[in-house]
Each structure stands twice: as C-alpha cells, then as structure tokens.
Design a protein around this ligand. Structure first.
Ligand code: ATP
Length: 780
C-alpha cells in the first residue's frame, strides 16, 4: 500500500477495539453498562463491539459480534434486563468453546473484553484470559489465525463489572441490578401490605437470594416486616418456629393487623436445613391461627426499568471499566470494577471471586460469622437495624433505668422521603432501650407552642412506607423565626434530654443557632442530632440526605415518560426543571440517570455563550439523526440556576433556534419530586441513621447519668456541653458518621446553603461526555 494508506492501516491497527458482553442472570442496569462502555469507549477513540447472547455469542461469532455506533444504544438507559442478550453457555466452559471464542475475537480485531455478570461469568472471563496465549498458539498451529494476527493479539485484556441482583459479590458494596430488584420487591410487599391489613392476614413472601440474604434483609427493613430469614444468619434458636411465633404474636397483641415474613430462597436454619415458605405458613396457621398466604415473587424481581441508582452505578462503573482497559498492561491481574464507600474501585477480579466463594463455603461449614464478615461492611449494621427496631420486649437491649432518656423528634423544612422511616425506627429502637419519645408537630414553630405528643410502638406502625412528614414539618429556625428562650423553656418543661432533628438546610441552620447559644440555656446542653433529609442533598456532613434517592427516581420516571411522548411523533427537546435550590445534585445525578443532553446547575450558572453552544450542539445532533425517526431529548435545569434564563426562556430560545429541526417544550416537575412513596434506599438509609442517632444520644449522656446515679442524685439538666454532642448524623459513602457542627461549619457555604465541596461534581463532566458533545463536534 501507498505510504498514506499504510499509515492509516497502522492507525487502525492501533485503535483499541473493545468487546462488551452481558452474561449469567440478567440484571437491571446492564443496559446502562453497555451504553456507557459504547459511548465512553467511542469518545476515547476506541471501536466498541457488542457481543450478543453472552459467551454464546463469543463462541458462535458472526453476526453475534457487532460494531456499535453512537446511536446503537439510544434509549438503553431506561430498558430493564439486557438488550444485547445474555445466556448461560456450556460451550464456553470447554476449551474447544473458548478456542472458538478466541478465534472470533481475533478475527474481529478485538483484544479487550468488558464482561458484566455474576461470579460465574467473571470466573469464566479470568479463565479465558489466563489461557489466552495457549489458545493463540493452538489457533496458529491449526492455521486458524495468521502469524501476524498471533503477534498482534498476544494479550487479552479483561475487565469485570458485577451485574447481579443478589448483591452477593465480595469486595464491592453493591452490585448492578440489586437496588432495582429491591424496588420490585418493596413495590410487591407494599401492595401485599394493604390486602394483609384489610383481611388481618399473614403473608410469607419468598424473595431471590440463594446464598445471600441482602435482598431479604433490605426488604425487611424497608417494608417494616415482622421477621426475615436469610442464609448467612440463621435464627439463633434451634426452635426458630417458636421464636418467630413469639414475635408475630407479640406484634399482634400490640394491635398489628398484618404479619409479613420475608424469606430468602436460600434461607437455612442452624443445621443447614432449608427454611421453606410452606412450612412457615403451616406454623403461622397452626400455632397462631393466622390466615396465612404464601407469595413467591420469582422473576418479577428481575424485571422492569432500572431505578436511578442502577443507571448511575452502571454508567460510572463502565466509564471506569473503559479507563481500566486503556490503562491495562499484560502483567496486571484482571480488574473488577466495584464500589466502596461511594467511590468507584478497581480490585483484582479473582480475589473478589475467591472471597465470594469463601462466603458460600463459610455458610456450608456453618461458620456464619465468617459469612457475615465477607458481606459488604454495612450488612452487619443493617442486620442490627432490622433486629433492634423490630422485636419488642427484647430485654437484652434494655438500658438500666437511670440511663433511659426522654427524647424529642421534630421534622424541619420541606418534606422528604424517609423522614417518617427515620422517626419510626428511632421510636421503636428507643422504646426497646427503655427511652421515652415525644413527637413534636410542625418543627420548631410547633415546639414553642408545646405541640408534644408521646409516640408509642403502634403509633408509628406503617410509617416506613409513607411519604411526606407525618409529624408535620415547618421551616422555622430557632433564634430567627421563633424565640430561642421559648425553645429552651419547652425543652425544659417536657424534660427533654436529647433532641433529634430530621430535615434539610433549615435544620442545619437550626443546629448552628442552637450551638451558638447553648451556653446560655442549660436545657440546650443535651445531645442534639440532625438526620439530613432533603431532596436537594445540600446538607453538609453527608453524601446522601434522605429523600434525594426518591427524588431522583421521580425525575427518572417523569423524564422517561416525557421522552416517550416524543419518540413516535416529534423531534423535540424538553427542558425539565428540577428542584435543588442552590445545589445541582439532582440535575447532575438525574442527568446521568436519564442521559440528558445538557444540564444547567447553580454552581455554573447560565451564560449566553453556553446557551449558544448548546443550541449549536442540538442542531448538529438533529442534523445527524435519521430523518425518518423522531427523537425526544432532555435538558435538566435546576430551578435556582438563573432568574433571567428561566425554563420558559430557554425553551423559547430552543424553539426559535431549532426551526424545522426540532421544537421544544417545558416540564416543571415541582413538588412531585418530594415524593409519594419513599424509595427503598431512602427508607433503609433513614433507619440506619435513626439507630445511630439514638446511639449518639446514649453515648453523650451516659457519663453524666452514671455520675448522678453514683452520687444518688437526679439526672442533671445539663447532660453534655462538649462540641461533639451537636452533630449531623450522615453517610460517608455507606458508613455512618457523626460530625459536629463545629467541624462542619468551616466547610459550609451558608449563603448558598450547601457544603463548599460536593462529591457529585466528579460526575458533572460525564454528563457532557456521554451526551456526545465532544464526539459530534470532532466528527463534523
Ligand atoms: P448469576 O449471579 O446471575 O448466576 P453468573 O455470572 O454467576 O450470574 P453463571 O451461570 O454461573 O452465572 O455463569 C454464566 C456463564 O459464565 C456460564 O454459563 C459460562 O458460560 C460462564 N462460566 C461460568 N463459570 C465458568 C468457568 N469456570 N469457566 C468458563 N466459563 C464459565
């Protein structure tokens, strides 16, 4: 070939060719992975091939291996399962099958494979890589590939993504698909709940999880079930039937009209005997006389559109997978992309698989403590959350009388999904510890009017699934909107020894005000906690506030429906206004979850050159679309981003500029973002933070109370004055931390009502990259 053509050939040869496949059981979010690998891979100058039908497609080759372009994955984000297909492939387990797979990869010029699947699929991928050079030699010897091909494809790069609904892989906090599955389970249990209530029935619900109880346990916490059975923590009693009946009976005596038992399909007793739903049903019928039904959720748990969390997880992990491919060297072990403490991680794939198998083996050898240790780090904490908030009259966790507290809980600011769950769990755990709990109606404005009401076990029953604020919430900040003296007076009058605030930035501002004047009022010298709850996710001291996940899911559902309205008839750009105040969290993370083509956030503002650039970008996009196809696209705009460039104004500019190419409409999501039913993640986060908040109270009061007891005095009014005893109880990744207001204030932007640094800003540039902004301008 001529020098120019040779050069081009060399370049083509050097161009990275990545294959992506999904394997094993399907999991919602796999499509987000494929989309992200394709788009990010292309934006990095790679060629990306989808291998259809998992390893079977690799073995069969031909049309099963297809080059993808930017448009190949349009619409993938909202589709459940995997659109490129998956399979369990026996042939790939044989050397002959893998020989064919290697030949097909080489013939397509592919030297890197991103595999999304469970531990089996990832093991298969590693086996394939480890014998790669042997396979290449064998193919060469048999003349199935050329010498040149053998020398070019000396190494195979493998990167693993964990797609599995069970969340059963070690070394990662969460697997792709698990949270969507939890959504399906909670929707089903919430539905069963109403019929159970109506008929006063018991339901025994079987959920997936052959070796892992994550789904069962999380569903138990999120739905407020009475009892859960999981493989890695069998009931402690030999006679678990009696233990279960004791709990169910006690709950009925308290007035519950429904009994919900959640059973992982792999649930075991201490002797490794399977615990089966029909047996549980018989026990509840025979011993308690309960009208009991069995519901096996089966494959409904796998289905449906992915939740916001899985879309984001699949997207960011796949970006990391492509980066790992580009950074790989032959001497490095195959990496697995995971998630630890809200950070994307890269760990040796086979170490993770080994630990996962160790977990299953630990169960088989009845080493349940080891099995639990091998789960994600918060699993134990969540197990405790379920137990201590569920079983009443467990004297083992009752505190001595002198350490029992009087606690007040109030909600502040706008409602957010999870506020009620936090309150319910705090009340139940507190009662199990011997404390007394008051609910205060309507925040600090209710507090100064003395709106205190004692909360009991049944009083908060069913709260976990309710949106809004059942206590009533209010934006008043003490010292600003209500008199601080009256706050102190009412706390003293009701002998409150610990105060739990649940709310957003107004609650944070309240904490700041209470902290300022604490030394002036002895009744404020008590531990005060804030559980962050706001859709804006702008409270310093936490990665996630309650309500933000619910809100993201509302945005995702609304955006999917809006885009669908255009798909069959219009070329239309929707400018969707989302909440967030001065925080762009919902627009950035929502933008990733819906595949927005642009976002406008307060942290950046809107300027004419930016708008001009976006108009040009959209014109270019619609110009390159198939003229026969209609296409809806989405822009997310945070409500507080600009007074000039309102949602209407932006849409009108787009409408004018779009001309014949596209039109534009607005959608203001408004208060529906504050949720109806809280998402499972919000309910679970709420419960964990509530338990930690009660523990925080106990930690900061026990010394003063013990001292008073030792000198035979009444509990003092001033229980604690140290800085640490006024704190935000927040999530740092998946870990719960109490961070004092004094520690947080220097990093707080009080004017813009948010932290000075936002972890989610790291995802900002991805929204643009995956929108195709740079890619399309580079090919113009
Ligand atoms: P899930 O968690 O949904 O079960 P998984 O990936 O663990 O997903 P498996 O059925 O165990 O599902 O594996 C999927 C495919 O991976 C198998 O059908 C097979 O093609 C391949 N595979 C699994 N184990 C191996 C292995 N040891 N060697 C080669 N290929 C394997």
């Amino acid at each position: 070939p001529a020098p120019g053509a040779r050069n081009k050939l060399d370049q083509q040869q050097r161009r990275k060719k990545i294959g992506v496949l999904t394997s094993g059981g399907d999991a919602s979010g796999m499509n987000a992975c494929v989309r992200s690998v394709v788009l990010y891979g292309i934006s990095k100058g790679c060629d990306v091939y989808a291998v259809y039908e998992g390893y079977q497609g690799l073995v069969d080759g031909g049309d099963y291996i297809r080059k993808m372009d930017w448009r190949s994955v349009t619409g993938y984000l909202s589709i459940g399962g995997t659109s490129i297909g998956t399979a369990r492939c026996m042939a790939f387990k044989t050397r002959e099958g893998r020989l064919l797979a290697a030949q097909n990869l080489i013939k397509n010029g592919i030297d890197s494979l991103i595999v999304c699947g469970g531990d089996g699929s990832l093991t298969g991928a590693d086996v394939f890589r480890s014998e790669w050079s042997g396979l290449v030699s064998e193919l060469l010897k048999a003349d199935r590939i050329t010498k040149e091909e053998a020398s070019i494809f000396k190494h195979l790069t493998i990167v693993g993504l964990v797609g599995s609904i069970d969340n059963d892989m070690s070394s990662t906090d969460i697997t792709i698909g698990a949270v969507t599955s939890l959504h399906r389970i909670c929707e089903a249990v919430d539905s069963v709940d109403t019929t159970a209530l109506s008929h006063s029935r018991a339901f025994v619900i079987e959920v997936m999880g052959r070796h892992c109880g994550w789904l069962a346990l999380m569903a138990g916490i999120a739905t407020g079930a009475d009892f859960v059975f999981i493989p890695e923590r069998p009931p402690s009693e030999e006679d678990w039937e009696t233990a279960m009946c004791k709990v169910a009976r006690r709950h009925r005596e308290l007035g519950k009209r429904k009994t919900i038992i959640i059973v992982a399909e792999g649930a075991l007793d201490r002797n490794l005997k399977a615990i089966k739903v029909d047996h549980i049903k018989d026990i509840l019928c025979d011993r308690l006389g309960l009208d009991t039904r069995v519901t096996i959720l089966g494959h409904t748990q796998r289905g449906g559109s992915p939740c916001a969390f899985d879309r984001i997880l699949g997207t960011v992990q796949s970006v990391a997978a492509v980066d790992a491919v580009l950074a790989s060297t032959p001497d490095k072990p195959s990496p697995m992309i995971g998630m630890n403490n809200n950070q994307v991680t890269t760990k040796p794939l086979m170490d993770a698989v080994k630990l996962t198998h160790e977990g299953a083996a630990a169960i088989e050898s009845r080493n349940f403590d080891r099995a639990l240790e091998l789960r994600d780090p918060q699993f134990l904490d969540e197990l405790k959350v379920f137990n201590v908030a569920t079983i009443l009259d467990d004297n083992s966790i009752y505190l001595p009388e002198h350490q029992q507290l009087t606690i007040a809980i109030l909600h502040i600011g706008a409602p957010a999904g999870g506020m009620n769950s936090a309150t319910r769990t705090a009340v139940r755990y507190a009662l199990n510890r011997g404390h007394t709990v008051y609910g205060v109606a309507n925040g600090f404005s209710g507090l100064v009017r003395g709106c205190f009401e004692k909360l009991d076990w049944m009083g908060v029953d069913g709260w976990t699934t309710c949106g809004g604020s059942l206590l009533g919430t209010n934006r008043a900040v003490p010292g600003k909107d209500v008199d601080m003296g009256m706050v102190a007076f009412q706390l003293q009058k009701y002998e409150i020894q610990a105060l739990m605030l649940v709310g957003g930035f107004e609650a944070y501002a309240s904490l700041v005000e209470l902290d300022k004047v604490r030394s002036e009022y002895p009744s404020l010298c008590i531990p005060i906690s804030l559980i962050p709850a706001t859709v804006s996710n702008n409270v310093p001291g936490t990665d996630f506030s309650l309500g933000c996940d619910t809100s993201l899911n509302v945005i995702v559902a609304a955006s999917d429906a809006i885009v669908q309205s255009a798909q069959s008839s219009r070329r239309r750009v929707f400018v969707i206004e989302v909440q967030g105040g001065r925080s762009g969290f919902l627009a950035v993370e929502g933008g990733l979850a819906v595949g927005a083509c642009a976002i406008y956030i307060p942290e950046e503002g809107i300027h004419l050159p930016r708008l001009q650039g976006d108009v040009q970008f959209l014109k270019g996009l619609y110009d390159t679309d198939n003229p026969e196809k209609s296409e809806g696209r989405v822009i997310l705009r945070t409500e507080g981003v600009s007074n000039t460039y309102t949602t209407e104004v932006i849409s009108e500019i787009l409408e004018d500029e779009g001309g014949a190419r596209f039109d534009s409409r607005t959608a203001v999501l408004g208060h529906i973002q504050q949720g109806n039913t809280p998402s499972p993640l919000d309910r679970i986060r709420a419960s964990r933070l509530a338990i930690h908040s009660i523990e925080f109270f106990e930690k900061h009061t026990c010394d003063a109370l013990d001292h008073a007891q030792s000198i035979c005095e009444e509990a003092p009014l001033e229980l604690c004055t140290n800085d640490d005893s006024i704190a935000v109880i927040g999530l740092c990744g998946v870990e719960v931390h109490a961070r004092s207001i004094k520690e947080l204030l220097p990093g707080t932007d009080m004017k813009n009502r948010k932290a000075q640094e936002d972890w989610w800003q790291r995802d900002r540039s991805l929204v643009d990259i995956l929108s195709g902004r740079s890619y399309f301008s580079s090919i113009e």
